[in-house]
Ligand binder design. Structure first.
Ligand SMILES: [Zn+2]
Length: 391
């Protein structure tokens, strides 16, 4: 007998539509049926979700660490610490991100992602979708918190080795289009099903256009680590915002980007192109103090991580539940806001139909977040199992 249960009387955001009094039938780890109450069938095991909001679990496509551990450690336990921690914040899938490092170190990280993904079970926490290589083919001028020492010309040969070491799990790569060899690398990455994201770049508008023509389809923490907008040199920001085929990552902690700019950008691109990310580092979920990112010293004060020597922002301590509350506070509807944390991130890395996540519909994974009216996470379900419950 397959394991079966029903979630009843929930306010369901699929998130393409809203079902104000809805039910979801789950069989094993998959959604079997979704509809409006009253449910006509008979399923013995019931979860009463009256008064709760339901959305597909959040999907963080750009995150370095959480709870004292980092992707850069190339350690399976580190990845699982992040997985478990993220489940508390409603995240059911994530793409661990590396930073710019020597080749051998990145190969080791790719291997650890493969191993973590192979041994993953729902009890471990959020699903591991693959690796986001943030670098090393970036701009030295726009390195931000990336270690300039290891920034280098784009190498298809190196990328081939990362793909191999990860067992085909490179999901996203951040590239500066003006980096030598970048355009050929973009063509290669796109042909291998990797989402190419434009970022840490000092490219002109024209150079950014060339990357989009080669298949780049995303912008890494738009505005941050990017040449700014000038009315005679629109640069990468205008190039990515104006093209409907490009997904836009934003860090909405209201520190990396001021709220009026967040509002302006979302109004311009719409929720179907907006990908909320945390870009969090190991300090997320921990108090202020001294930490490390890619071998560089980071000081976290009032929750804001900065490089000790330059003062540059070094990732964040944001979590996606907080990002959702922030964006909703700007006046965007809950349906649109939840879409930016689930459906659109999944679409941006081709995970909607490949991994069956990001949408509550028959055939999709039972990865579900339960929220209260104030948008606090009450329960997180992964693969049909409750992994986190607020007490
Ligand atoms: Zn990052």
């Amino acid at each position: 007998m397959p394991k079966q249960f029903i979630i009843r009387h929930a306010k369901i955001y699929t998130p393409l539509t809203l079902i104000s009094d809805g039910y979801i039938v789950v069989e094993d780890n998959t959604i079997k049926e979704i509809g409006r109450e009253p449910y006509q069938g008979s399923v013995a095991e019931q979860i009463n979700a009256e008064g709760l909001i339901i959305s597909p679990g959040f999907i963080d496509t750009h995150i370095h660490g959480y709870g004292g551990r980092d992707t850069d450690e190339a350690d399976v336990d580190a990845i699982y610490t992040i997985s478990r921690g993220l489940a508390k914040h409603g995240v059911t899938s994530f793409v661990p991100s590396s930073v710019t490092m020597p080749h051998e170190a990145l190969v080791k990280i790719a291997e650890s992602i493969r191993e973590a993904r192979n041994e993953w079970r729902p009890e471990k926490g959020a699903r591991i979708l693959g690796l986001h290589l943030e670098g090393p083919y970036l701009s030295v001028e726009k390195a931000g918190a990336q270690n300039k020492k290891y920034i280098r010309p784009a190498s298809v040969k190196e990328l081939e080795e990362y793909i191999k070491a990860s067992g085909g799990l490179i999901r996203q790569i951040t590239v500066a289009p003006e980096n030598p060899g970048a355009l050929d690398l973009i063509t290669y990455a796109v042909a291998h099903g990797i989402t190419v994201s434009i970022g840490h770049t000092n490219a002109t508008y024209e150079q950014t256009r060339l990357a989009i023509e080669r298949g780049a389809r995303k912008a890494t923490h738009t505005f941050n680590g990017m040449r700014g907008i000038h009315h005679r040199e629109p640069g990468p920001v205008i190039a990515v915002l104006e093209d409907d085929s490009v997904y836009i990552e934003l860090i909405t902690d209201f520190i990396h980007i001021s709220p009026p700019v967040v509002k302006f950008v979302i109004k311009h691109v719409g929720p179907h192109r907006m990908v909320l990310i945390s870009d969090s580092i190991c300090a997320a979920g921990l108090p202020d103090g001294t930490y490390e990112l890619g071998g560089l010293k980071v000081i976290v004060k009032n929750g804001v991580p900065r490089l000790a020597d330059t003062g540059a922002l070094a990732g964040s301590t944001l979590t996606l539940d907080k990002a959702v509350r922030n964006v909703h506070s700007l006046g965007f509807s809950l349906r649109e806001t939840l879409m930016m944390a689930s459906y659109t991130p999944a679409a941006s890395i081709n995970a909607l139909y490949r991994d069956k996540i990001g949408l509550l519909a028959p055939g999709f994974k039972a990865d579900i977040v339960f929220l209260d009216e104030a948008l606090n996470v009450v329960k997180t379900m992964i693969d049909g199992e409750i992994i986190y419950e607020k007490n």
